[in-house]
Design a protein around this ligand. Structure first.
Ligand code: SF4
Ligand code: SF4
Length: 231
């Protein structure tokens, strides 16, 4: 899932200064799971902001609303008219949600980011999320025993380790496991240490054109294209 964390309150206040009628827009998916941008967080942030502006003697109207996904037009459409009634919308979705909601509103409304979108990760224990993938678009996990060198090595080395690891820890930060030690241990467990003898070419990040777009083959038939064009 996409993991994000809330921006510092002073940074959010600064962004909102020029606006009077503000909506804090939550997203009920990934950012709700990582407790940064769901319904509960939208309500708390709206209250915190309203109190902060009140104390500064610059009171503002700050409402909140949460939709299931800000990366899906279907859910934005349902509340479109409501959203248009605000001077600015503080979106606490990931960066995709902020941009996509603005697009769905025709680019006519100010959308501000309340979160810093941080990584694609997993819930490793309650309240703890850890990065596992950088969405490179050309997955090489099969060659590394299922441990991503791009994400798990601080230097994203495709051939490692570097000379800096010590007692299984990374030289960039001694509190972090060396990604290449993790790769070695996994390959050993899988009885596939021979994979370490391969010399990997530098990753071709140009293999994926950014921004990328995927159209499922079921939606590429001429009939569907015609129906879409007719709409
Ligand atoms: S190689 Fe790593 S960054 Fe690329 S898709 Fe696979 S897990 Fe994600
Ligand atoms: S110590 Fe390990 S994880 Fe850190 S940069 Fe070197 S190879 Fe990568």
């Amino acid at each position: 899932m996409i993991v994000a964390k809330r921006k510092p309150i002073d940074e959010i206040k600064e962004m909102l200064k020029p606006y009077q009628k503000i909506l804090v827009l939550g997203c009920g998916s990934c950012v709700a799971i990582c407790m940064a941008g769901g319904e509960k967080e939208a309500g708390l942030l709206a209250t915190e902001l309203a109190m902060a502006f009140e104390l500064d003697k610059t009171p503002k109207q700050i409402d909140n609303l949460t939709i299931l996904r800000q990366c899906d037009k279907e859910y934005i459409e349902e509340v479109k008219d409501k959203l248009k009634g605000y001077d600015a919308i503080l979106s606490i979705a990931c960066g995709v949600g902020v941009q996509y909601t603005a697009e769905a509103l025709g680019g006519e409304k100010i959308l501000l980011p309340g979160l810093n979108t941080t990584f694609l990760g997993a819930t490793v224990e309650a309240g703890t999320w850890a990065e596992r993938c950088r969405a490179c678009g050309d997955c090489v996990l099969a060659e590394y025993g299922g441990v991503c060198p791009i994400t798990m090595c601080s230097k994203s080395l495709m051939n490692g380790p570097c000379g800096g690891h010590e007692k299984g820890k990374c030289e960039v930060d001694r509190n972090r496991d060396c990604g290449w030690v993790l790769i070695y241990e996994r390959l050993k467990k899988l009885n596939k240490l021979e994979l370490l003898t391969a010399i990997h070419k530098p990753k071709n990040y140009g293999a994926v054109k950014r921004p990328d777009k995927i159209v499922h083959e079921a939606y590429q038939t001429p009939q569907i294209t015609q129906i879409k064009e007719a709409k």
